[in-house]
Write a protein that binds this ligand. Structure first.
Ligand code: CTP
Length: 402
């Protein structure tokens, strides 16, 4: 999955011959599941039609403050457009637009939106080689970069004038790859390894039966997804679960029993930066597993159970640099029990869900948590979707790790 998936991209097109390539650019963004809106300078419409871009982006294309063709002369709010975008890309960016951007000139919708946008702004210059080399263009590039706008450098090659040199707009695929790499390099969990346990464990009774629980794995998988989106390399150790995850940063390790989860967690823990143990691990397992299916008899059946290894506590014993987070599912005296787990298992934080909260806990799509750190500072959150809860948990961890 691309970091651009689900993101809102505003594409600003100015009047250069490379504008014809923006049709491919829009296609590439759409293929990555991004949402695209296009703003054109009036003169850029000589190079590519708004209809093409509107068809490809599945959104109306704006180029003036008023859409005069519309019955009500619809006002295109540059502030709304600027705030809508997660990323603003200006491609091709002509010498004229670069100079206007650098000097705060605001005589068209694109420039007004540029001044209103709060999101990262990328710009891909395109012009003839002597224009690209000109000191005033160089000055614009330097000034825009000092505003933290991100330059996607022009490349060398044959130019529309027939001259050969630097000034060609980067190719659409290279622009997309540049933006993806830039976003990834700035993600808060970039370079961090995160271990997550998720789902239930099954403890075998005989070849066909087991002791299990109702955990769906949704909470742990949501944390894995969000951590990967924040740039982490994720090791997701999952008990039996129907959940799916498709993310190039996530390594999924499937296990069945508590013993297998313990072994997998210890295998990866040494190199991990953050470990979040969200699995509902069985506390007990049958002392002896029957080789054959246990036959029904009239008498009652007793089974001797022995404790499983406590994975969280065992990691607490060996942890060095790792930030270790446990989950606590409590039914009574919740905060006190959760705090005592922090001490007992040597944790950096615990995520408490109370089974008394409606919509929280197993097999639901929502959860309601209290995040408690090792100094017993508590933060309670509203009932939210598990993805939103996962974001809150990782935000809290990032705050504590700084
Ligand atoms: N946990 C674990 N290994 C176990 C049991 C639990 O790693 N064998 C982890 C869970 O993943 C969770 C945390 O311990 O992060 C708390 O689990 P919970 O069942 O609430 O607590 P317990 O320590 O088992 O204590 P109790 O059942 O007495 O509340």
């Amino acid at each position: 999955m691309s970091v651009l998936s689900g993101k809102k991209i505003l594409l600003g097109i100015t009047a250069g011959i490379a504008a014809y390539k923006t049709a491919s650019l829009v296609r590439l963004f759409i293929k990555l599941d991004a949402e695209v809106k296009v703003i054109m300078t009036p003169a850029s419409k000589d190079f590519i039609t708004p209809l093409t871009l509107s068809t490809l982006s599945k959104n109306p294309v704006h180029s003036t403050f008023y859409d005069k063709e519309e019955e009500n002369e619809l006002w295109n709010n540059h502030v709304d457009l600027g705030l809508w975008a997660d990323y603003f890309l200006i491609a091709p960016a002509t010498a004229n637009t670069l100079s206007n951007m650098a000097n705060g000139t605001c005589n068209n919708l694109l420039l007004a939106t540029y001044l209103s946008a709060k999101c990262p702004v990328y710009f891909a210059p395109a012009m003839d080689l002597d224009m690209y080399k000109h000191p005033s263009t160089k000055e614009s590039l330097t000034k825009l970069q000092s505003f933290k706008n991100i330059l996607i450098p022009a490349t060398s090659g044959e130019l529309a004038s027939g001259l050969v040199g630097e000034g060609r707009m980067a190719e659409p695929q290279d622009i997309v790859s540049f933006i993806e790499s830039d976003i990834i390099s700035k993600l808060p969990l970039r370079g961090k390894k995160v271990l997550i346990t998720a789902g239930p464990t099954y403890e075998a009774i005989d070849p066909v039966r087991f002791i299990g629980n109702h955990s769906s794995g949704k909470m742990g998988f949501s944390i894995a997804n969000v951590a990967a989106n924040l740039g982490a390399e994720v090791y997701l150790i999952s008990g039996p679960s129907q959940q799916q995850i498709k993310h190039s940063f996530v390594h999924r390790i499937d296990v069945v029993s508590a013993e297998q989860m313990y072994t997998a967690a210890h295998k990866y823990f040494k190199d991990i930066d953050i470990a979040i143990l969200a699995a509902a691990v069985a506390d007990y397992k049958p002392k002896n597993i029957a080789d054959q299916k246990i036959k029904k008899k009239d008498a009652t059946l007793s089974m001797e159970l022995e404790p499983t290894k406590d994975i969280l506590a065992s990691l607490g014993l060996i942890k060095k640099h790792q930030f270790l987070v446990g989950f606590a599912l409590e039914t009574n005296n919740e905060i006190e029990n959760a705090k005592s787990k922090i001490k007992r298992k040597n944790l950096d934080a615990i995520v408490l869900n109370s089974l008394q909260d409606k919509g929280a806990g197993f097999a639901t799509n929502t959860n309601k948590i209290t995040f408690i750190d090792k100094d017993f500072e508590e933060k309670s959150f509203e009932l939210k979707s598990k993805i939103e809860v996962a974001k809150d948990i990782l935000d809290e961890i990032l705050l504590k790790m700084i």
